[in-house]
Design a protein around this ligand. Structure first.
Ligand code: ADP
Length: 815
């Protein structure tokens, strides 16, 4: 089989492994031609010597000895050459030396006359030179010069009796020249042939070296390549780069095991085939032959093979080599090599590429194993990410976008959407991969009996359409690139109802695989959870909004009612105060205590109503702070004053540490008095008789407890029943009371005395309106052990400008 001619761009310069052999053969060739030449020369020389003797020309003794010696030496040389005893390295110099000797001999006795024996001198001289040079151009020179010499001699001494001798001498010289010429030519031909053989062998060697290098490189590299696409492209590129074939491609068996799909290709058309995912039935063409019979197919002239299927993308293919890629008898794909030359593939090529194909098959298998492992890991990671997002955010759009964004990484699609069923239609709620400006969330389709979604709903399983062109009921969206392959995955809620689907579109008819379906199903599960969460959240949000509305109505009612109650109560209290001063009633035994009770209860009622008004104001965010410069020590004194009686009654000691040193601050005096009053009355209420209450103050720097500027902190500590840490925040919520409210005593300063559960809420509202913070510390609630509580109020030296209003005195109306 003929092999491809040497590549134009071989990877490395070729070595010269045949050089030694070639030289030896060439020498043998020259030696062969030396023998007849030497023989003829010896004969000619003998003839010349004899002719001289016959003519009886004066001939000195020593010249005769030289001549005879030369003749003998020539004969010995011819004999040795004949028997091939003489190595080339001796034969050449010896024959040169003899020729030179002969020439010297002739030079010393040269005559330029018309006599034939003298002419022979010249001929011998020239033949000798030609012999030394052994070159074809000299032969022509010899003949030309000889013929010229003859012409001259004939002109000068044309004695017809001597013509025979002339003719003999001329014939001998010409024959000799021709012998030299033809032996030389033969040697040259053989030389050429040898050169060609040498080139051929060098090329074969180079080709094999390339094969081996490629094989080694493939085996070294491919096993480290775990990305299937990178691996396949690497192999095809490497073969292409090394051997300059017309096309090198790899086809892999598809899921259905009935097609071979082009996965990688190099050369002019290879990438085009791979990009188009060019497909061949598994029994089609030479590839099909190799795939279905698991055998190497080598066709050195595709036009003569009826199985060959011509592809428009590789129209110039003349020879093709197809090698199955199999592992353990299982076919993974084929390696396809095509050449534009006839007879491009030798036996050696086939063998070497077979080993290469075996290596590649192992690497593909590794990459496939890794890929399935990798996608499993990816799936786990992505599902984790999605479920983390589900637990972290209630933003449905964010979760759906994340789901589609993750899904596309393991189930490639061009456009994907989450579609939800409405009454009669199905519409997109989240989309991925849609062209900019296509507004996918405005896309919806009516649901009709028997259509694709209806079918999916019936199936309750994913539906794959390999090419939607075969489904006239598939609704293409105007203005979007045409959909070709499609997968629908149902979204099933807890009640097993189909609430929507994933719609995943590919713009090429590349079918989705079973694996991809399974992956998409896992994501569909997450999507159903996200949708369910969103539904629950929106229900909750609705309920909350409704509650807020109710609460608002209640606050409004409290505001109105308390306001309405306050006016008649003020009148009642006013008249009661007038009555108590009247002389008739002032000391009346029966009416005076009644009036006292009316006044006391009325005042208590007024306090409660005031609290409710404050509460409503805080709730409606209408509490206004009128900042004035004040010393907290005076606010605390003002708060303590009405409580002195209760403290004495309950035998509670109150220690107010010196607060006069504290810096002055900007605040609403009346409101701050309410804060401290509330904290002190609580301390009284929740500390058993004989307990201890203290008030201390300190300063703090900006940033403490999130208070923007530096300020003053007041700490009210009691030795009371304490508060469970889990209630520390809740007690500041309105109406929140710990313990059983029914068990509270009714007196407002009695131990565990009753209250509406608004005190701390109002205190907090006022403190925050000043830009401050209020909080409690207490180890826990224990009515026996009385661990005590410690309330902190941190106020900035100046309330933030956004909260404070100008001085109350300058305002009309006030609180
Ligand atoms: P109430 O009108 O019930 O006093 P508050 O809002 O003033 O309402 O207080 C809420 C709850 O916080 C009280 O019911 C009480 O359980 C708890 N509490 C407030 N101050 C103290 C304190 N100094 N010691 C123990 N518990 C307290």
């Amino acid at each position: 089989m003929q092999v491809q001619s040497p590549p134009t761009a071989a990877a490395s310069p070729s070595p010269q492994p045949g050089t030694v052999d070639f030289e030896r053969t060439l020498n043998a060739e020259v030696l062969q031609s030396l023998f007849p030449v030497s023989l003829v020369l010896a004969g000619l020389y003998t003839f010349y010597t004899l002719s001289h003797l016959r003519e009886g020309m004066p001939y000195s003794g020593w010249l005769a000895v030289i001549a005879v010696t030369n003749v003998v030496a020539f004969l010995i040389l011819a004999l040795l050459l004949r028997r091939q005893r003489l190595p080339a390295r001796y034969a050449h110099p010896i024959s040169m030396a003899l020729t030179c000797g002969m020439l010297i001999h002739r030079f010393s006795d040269i005559f330029f006359t018309g006599l034939p024996q003298h002419t022979t001198n010249l001929i011998i001289l020239l033949i000798g030179v030609g012999y030394i040079l052994l070159a074809t151009p000299w032969l022509i020179a010899v003949i030309v010069l000889t013929l010229g010499g003859w012409g001259l001699l004939l002109l000068r001494a044309a004695d017809p009796t001597l013509w025979l001798e002339y003719v003999i001498a001329l014939g001998a010289a010409t024959a000799l020249s021709f012998i030299i010429h033809f032996t030389r030519r033969q040697a040259l031909f053989r030389h050429e042939r040898l050169l060609e053989q040498n080139t051929q062998r060098t090329y074969e060697l180079e080709h094999q070296t390339l094969h081996l290098a490629t094989l080694t490189e493939v085996s070294q590299n491919v096993n480290a390549l775990l990305d299937l696409d990178v691996l396949l492209n690497h192999v095809t590129d490497l073969i292409q780069e090394r051997f300059r074939y017309y096309y090198v491609g790899i086809f892999l068996v598809d899921e259905s095991k009935s097609y071979m799909v082009s996965r990688a290709g190099s050369g002019k058309s290879g990438s085009a085939l791979a990009e188009q995912n060019f497909k061949l039935r598994i029994d089609q063409g030479l590839i099909g032959q190799a795939a279905s019979h698991h055998e190497v197919v080598c066709v050195n002239d595709v036009q003569l093979d009826t199985r060959y299927v011509k592809s428009v993308l590789v129209p110039d293919t003349r020879a093709e080599l197809v090698l199955p890629l199999e592992i353990g008898g299982e076919l993974l794909g084929i390696l396809d090599i095509q050449s534009e030359r006839l007879n491009a593939f030798s036996e050696v090529d086939t063998q070497v590429f077979k080993s290469l194909a075996d290596q590649v098959a192992i690497a593909i298998n590794n990459a496939l194993l890794y890929q399935s492992e990798y996608s499993r890991r990816m799936l786990t990671e992505m599902l984790y990410e999605v479920s983390y997002a589900l637990s972290r955010t209630l933003n449905l759009q964010e979760v759906l976008d994340l789901i589609l964004g993750n899904l596309v990484q393991i189930v490639p699609f061009d456009r994907g959407s989450v579609m939800l069923c409405q009454e009669e239609s199905i519409e997109i709620v989240a989309a991925f991969g849609f062209p900019v400006g296509s507004a996918p969330t405005k896309i919806s389709f009516p649901i009709t009996r028997g259509d694709i979604f209806d079918q999916l709903r019936e199936l309750k399983k994913p539906l794959i359409i390999t090419d939607v062109r075969g489904r006239p009921d598939f609704q293409q969206v105007k203005g979007l690139p045409e959909a070709r392959a499609w997968m629908g995955v149902p979204l099933i809620d807890e009640a097993q109802a189909i609430i929507g689907m994933f719609s995943l579109t590919r713009e090429t008819p590349t079918a989705y695989t079973e694996d991809e379906t399974t992956l998409a199903l896992s994501f569909a599960g997450q999507t159903a959870i996200a949708l369910n969460n969103a539904r629950l959240y929106s229900e909750l949000a609705n309920a909350y909004a409704q509650l807020e509305r109710i609460d608002h109505t209640k606050t409004d009612f409290i505001a109105v009612a308390s306001h309405e109650l306050r006016t008649p109560l003020t009148v009642l209290l006013g008249f009661a105060q007038l009555l108590i001063k009247s002389p008739d009633l002032k000391d009346h035994a029966m009416h005076r205590p009644m009036l006292d009770n009316i006044l006391k209860s009325g005042t208590r009622l007024k306090e409660i109503i005031d609290t409710m008004v404050d509460m409503a104001r805080i709730d409606n965010r209408t509490l206004e702070i009128y900042a004035d410069t004040l010393a907290l020590s005076s606010s605390i004194k003002a708060a303590v004053a009405p409580l002195r009686e209760a403290l004495a009654e309950r035998r509670l000691t109150l220690v107010i540490e010196p607060l006069e040193e504290l810096p002055l601050l900007q605040g609403d005096r009346d409101e701050l008095v309410k804060v401290f009053y509330q904290l002190l009355i609580n301390a009284i209420k929740y500390t058993p008789d004989g307990g201890h209450i203290s008030v201390a103050g300190t300063t703090f720097a900006a940033g403490y407890r999130d208070v923007a500027t530096a300020g003053v902190e007041i700490i009210i500590t009691d030795t009371g029943i304490g508060i469970d840490p889990q209630h520390h925040d809740l007690i500041f919520e309105k109406f929140y009371q710990t313990g059983q409210v029914a068990l509270h005593s009714s007196g407002k300063t009695k131990f565990k005395g009753g209250g509406p559960g608004l005190g701390l809420t109002i205190a907090k509202g006022i403190v925050e309106a000043h830009g401050g913070q209020i909080w409690v510390e207490s180890p826990g609630h224990d009515e026996e052990g009385c661990p005590g509580s410690r309330f902190h109020v941190a106020l900035p030296l100046k309330p933030p400008a956004t909260l404070a209003l100008p001085n109350k005195a300058t305002q009309n109306g006030g609180s």
